[in-house]
Each structure stands twice: as structure tokens, then as C-alpha cells.
Design a binder for this molecule. Structure first.
Ligand code: PLP
Length: 400
């Protein structure tokens, strides 16, 4: 398709990654096969030697998976992507590819829970050191850097506080110390934020969230913008084995077609809901990148095309009030995960971040009454009615 690179983002969502296939299907077929037939011994040999292009075995490459990978690579503005069996497979593969014993990682403290656990408990077994910092305060990152720092690992907006990290500053710092800036872009996705534009070296996602968008797949992806990095990562993924399967790749590729549309509607809804919450007497504070009250509002506006679907807020009355709200919403579904078409709500202190040491949790500003709300594509009016009703159930006696 000529002139491909010049298409607007919403057009790319629909058309990127779709190739030519036998019989002319409009969407890539699902090549649900583990292995591919060689024409003869010499053909198999030349595929293995890399003298000829072709498919061998689906852990190594598969056309349905490649179609989806090419789409995400284009949407992120990278050159190549590697589909993984989950977001965590993308994250662990990335650390495996970039780190060796004796290396050090500077990691944002407000990251996906299992990411910090992985670094703090599993990679430390292989003598990889980690320092967690409040990455919304850039000087903390600078101070944490050591001579053996090889990776700056950032998630912005952070989970679940929505603290925003300045990606350009992080990229400049990484370049100056010969380290890689890795960005988990799950919360915003490429319709909203494209970390390569700010100098990131590796962008990864849990595609379980907004890229697939329909809460029916667990998958991840690593996007690279350097061919040598791609070759290295591909080898590591192939050997570690955490690849995506063709059917899930097909579903994600289908979800991508409406990515821009979904993120627009979700961002629009989220802005209305954030404003409603900000003016509600039972709400202590609201964190949403689109509100001027967000502490890193300016950085966010510079990094984001829209404001995203994630809102966190603190209900007055702490833990119990948070619980009452959880038990009183009817339209929003009480579940972890995010970025799907249905609105989800969860309470990090008792759920996703319950295993975190309380002191560490509070230091990371994940307070007892913090509620994380992932806005879907329902009517904003219905969602506001639902919250209004649930907040009415929070008893005045519960207010401190
Ligand atoms: C969900 C999530 C992950 C992990 O992804 P899985 O697909 O569940 O393995 C990583 N990072 C962020 C920001 C997430 O929200």
C-alpha cells in the first residue's frame, strides 16, 4: 500500500498490518497452525539458514501474528513489534533482553504491581539491582542513577495514581548514561501517547487492556525502533517462549481497528466524569490528566493527544467509604483490568496493591480510599448517575 506512512492515525488503525493473502480476504486469516510444511529438505534447510523467507514454526513466526505486530509497530511509530502471551511476558522478556548480572534498573514506584514484584523479588535473584523512585519528580530519577544503570523503566501515567513522568527528560538522561528508556504505554496507548516521539528506546503494552479493548484476551507486545534491538529481543522471546498465539493476535488486530474511536469516546466520557467527581462534596481529590488540578498537567498536555480513560479518586471516609462505593455501583463492573469498552472500577488498597507493604504503598501515594475507575464507552450520563447513586450510599457518619 503506497503512501502508507502518511495516513492519519484513525486510518492506520483500520488498515495497518493487513497484507495480501490467498483468495483476497479483507482481514488476515487465522493461521491456526503450530508448524509449516517444507517443500523439500533443501527448502527447510534454507529457511533455517535464513537464506529464504518463510515460516517454520509458530513460536518463531506466524502470518496472523505478524499482521497484528506490523499494525501495532506502525501505530506506535516503531519499526518492528513482538507479540507476547501477556503484558508480563512482554515485560519479563524486555528485562531478560536488556539486563545481565550486576546491572541496575531505575523503576518508577507507581507501576503495575507485578512489575515491581518481578524486579524486586525475581530479578534480584540474578544479581540485578533496582531502585524505585517517584518518577513524576525528575530529580529523584537523576539521583537514583548509578554507573551500572542500564534501564530506566517508566509507566506514565502511573498505576494507579496517574502521576505523569516527563518522557523527553528521561530519554535524554538515558542517552547520556548509555542506558535504555523502556516505557510501559498500557494506560494511554498509541492513540494518545507515542513514547518514541519523546525518545524512548523500547515501548511495551499489556494488550489485554485498550489495544484489544474488549476484555476477552490476555496478551502483550514489545515495540522496537532499532533493528539490532529487534533481532536481540526476537531471539530472547523465541527462547524464553512467551509468544502470543494466532487466535489472540487475530482478536487484538480486530480490536485495533476501533482503537482511535474508542479512545476518543472514553476520553470524552472520562473528562465529564472527572469534572463531576471534582465537584462532589464526598470526594477528597480526583487525579485525571485532563484536569488543571493534576500536578503534572502541563507535561501531560505536551505528551498526550487526548486525556485517557483512567481516573483515580479518593472517597472521603477512607477504606470503608471506598468499599461502600465498590458495593453500590451498578453500571460500572467491579473488576480489575482497564481500557475495555465496559467501565470497570476497583479498589487498589484491598485488591491490586493489597500485597504491597502498607508503608511502601502509602509512600507511593496509593491511599486507603483510592478508587481506580476505567471509563468505558457507555453513556457518560448513565455513568454519572451510577456514581451519584453510589456516592449517596456513602454514609455521612463514614465521613471523617
Ligand atoms: C495489566 C498491565 C500489565 C500486565 O499485563 P498482563 O497482560 O496482565 O500480563 C502491565 N502493565 C500495565 C500498566 C498493566 O495495566
Amino acid at each position: 500500500m503506497s503512501g502508507y506512512k502518511t495516513l492519519e492515525f484513525d486510518s492506520l488503525c483500520v488498515h495497518s498490518g493487513v497484507g495480501e493473502y490467498e483468495h483476497g480476504p479483507v482481514v488476515p486469516p487465522i493461521y491456526q497452525t503450530s508448524t509449516f510444511k517444507f517443500e523439500n529438505a533443501a527448502h527447510g534447510g534454507s529457511l533455517f539458514k535464513g537464506e529464504q523467507q518463510g515460516y517454520i514454526y509458530s513460536r518463531m513466526a506466524n502470518p496472523t501474528i505478524e499482521a497484528m505486530e506490523n499494525s501495532v509497530a506502525q501505530l506506535e511509530g516503531g519499526i518492528k513489534a513482538l507479540g507476547c502471551s501477556s503484558g508480563m511476558a512482554a515485560i519479563s522478556t524486555t528485562f531478560m533482553a536488556l539486563l545481565k548480572a550486576g546491572d541496575h534498573v531505575v523503576c518508577a514506584e507507581s507501576v503495575y504491581g507485578p512489575t515491581s514484584t518481578l524486579l524486586a523479588t525475581i530479578f534480584t535473584k540474578f544479581d540485578i539491582q533496582v531502585t524505585f523512585v517517584d518518577s513524576s519528580n525528575f530529580s529523584e530519577i537523576t539521583k537514583a542513577v548509578r554507573t551500572n544503570t542500564k534501564v530506566l523503566y517508566m509507566e506514565t501515567p502511573g498505576n494507579p495514581t496517574l502521576a505523569i513522568t516527563d518522557l523527553k527528560k528521561c530519554a535524554d538522561l538515558a542517552n547520556s548514561i548509555n542506558a535504555k528508556l523502556v516505557v510501559d504505554n498500557t494506560f494511554m496507548g498509541p492513540a494518545i501517547q507515542r513514547p518514541f516521539e519523546f525518545g524512548a528506546h523500547v515501548v511495551l503494552h499489556s494488550m489485554t487492556k485498550s489495544l484489544n479493548g474488549h476484555a476477552d484476551v490476555v496478551a502483550g507486545i514489545i515495540v522496537l525502533n532499532d533493528m539490532n534491538d529487534y533481532k536481540l529481543f526476537r531471539k530472547v522471546l523465541n527462547q524464553m517462549g512467551g509468544v502470543i498465539d494466532p487466535f489472540n493476535a487475530f482478536l487484538v488486530h480486530r480490536g485495533l481497528k476501533t482503537l482511535d474511536l474508542r479512545m476518543r469516546k472514553m476520553s470524552e466520557n472520562a473528562m465529564k466524569i472527572a469534572q463531576f467527581l471534582e465537584n462532589h462534596p464526598k470526594i477528597e481529590w480526583v487525579s485525571y490528566p485532563g484536569l488543571k488540578s493534576h500536578p503534572q498537567y502541563e507535561i501531560g498536555q505536551n505528551q498526550h493527544r487526548m486525556n485517557g480513560c483512567m481516573i483515580s479518586f479518593e472517597v472521603k471516609g477512607g477504606f470503608e467509604a471506598g468499599e461502600t462505593l465498590m458495593n453500590s455501583v451498578k453500571l460500572a463492573t467491579l473488576a480489575v483490568s482497564l481500557g475495555g469498552v465496559e467501565t470497570l472500577v476497583q479498589h487498589p488498597a484491598s485488591m491490586t496493591h493489597a500485597s504491597m507493604d502498607k508503608e511502601v504503598r502509602l509512600k507511593a501515594k496509593i491511599t486507603d480510599g483510592l478508587v481506580r475507575y476505567s471509563v468505558g464507552i457507555e453513556s457518560a450520563d448513565d455513568l454519572i448517575d451510577d456514581l451519584e447513586h453510589a456516592l449517596n450510599m456513602v454514609k455521612i457518619e463514614e465521613l471523617v
